[in-house]
Write a protein that binds this ligand. Structure first.
Ligand SMILES: CC(C)(COP(=O)(O)OP(=O)(O)OC[C@H]1O[C@@H](n2cnc3c(N)ncnc32)[C@H](O)[C@@H]1OP(=O)(O)O)[C@@H](O)C(=O)NCCC(=O)NCCS
Length: 186
């Protein structure tokens, strides 16, 4: 069994395992999965997870609840925002795979001038949440950031996302500010 700590050391290159290993297998609660880099053929599965996993914790859904569909269903907007990162930062995107199926992903944006990695989108398929996949994706992201020489990481979560507010501080993130989102019909 590979513990999350072991994944961290392997992906960060602090082990004998090559830093660019194709994937590292781990055993979460009730689920055996591998974290590896995103491949173009993962796109449909990643977008499907984006569409189904963010219910209740998505700004576009909040807008739709208040104003009705804005151009398209909120899930399409979420997919678009994830697709933007798949197109622009494919090599900084990681996926979790169980039984040959993508069960989670994390999209990252890199700002070398600020030595900063921005975690833009993170999601685990609803049926596999709470099994350690999200934590493993974040640990692998930290390892990726360190490997490419970054010193800082950033992530945002909505106040209504109780899970995120517990999860991110547990990874070492410190709250640095809150923002209020406004929207109006013109
Ligand atoms: C948030 C998310 C990525 C976490 O991934 P996950 O695989 O479900 O989470 P894990 O099992 O790895 O648990 C990670 C941490 O999340 C928190 N967490 C998980 N399940 C939780 C629950 N039911 N209630 C509260 N916190 C919970 C805990 O802090 C947990 O760490 P711990 O096990 O050390 O206590 C996933 O639940 C998800 O996709 N949610 C919907 C989309 C989303 O909110 N994305 C992030 C937007 S900022």
């Amino acid at each position: 069994m590979t513990t999350p700590k072991k994944i961290w050391s392997m992906l960060s290159g602090r082990d004998t395992q090559p830093a660019e290993a194709d994937g590292v297998e781990t055993q979460g609660e009730d689920l055996k999965f591998t974290i590896r880099k995103y491949r173009t053929r993962d796109r449909d599965a990643v977008l499907a997870i984006a569409a189904e996993s963010f219910a209740g914790v998505c700004l576009d859904e909040n807008i739709e609840k208040a104003f009705g569909p804005v151009g398209a269903d909120w899930r399409e907007h979420k997919k678009d925002s994830v697709d933007y990162d798949l197109i622009n930062s494919p090599s900084d995107t990681l996926v979790a795979v169980a039984d040959g199926e993508v069960v989670g992903f994390v999209c990252n944006r890199i700002y070398h001038s600020r030595s900063l990695g921005h975690v833009a989108n993170l999601a685990v398929a609803t049926r596999h949440q709470g099994k350690g996949v999200g934590k493993a994706l974040m640990q692998a992201t930290f390892a990726h950031f360190r490997r490419i020489g970054l010193q800082y990481a950033r992530i945002e979560t909505l106040e209504q996302n109780e899970r995120g507010q517990k999860f991110y501080p547990s990874l070492g993130f410190q709250e640095i500010g809150r923002q209020i989102f406004y929207f109006t019909k013109l």
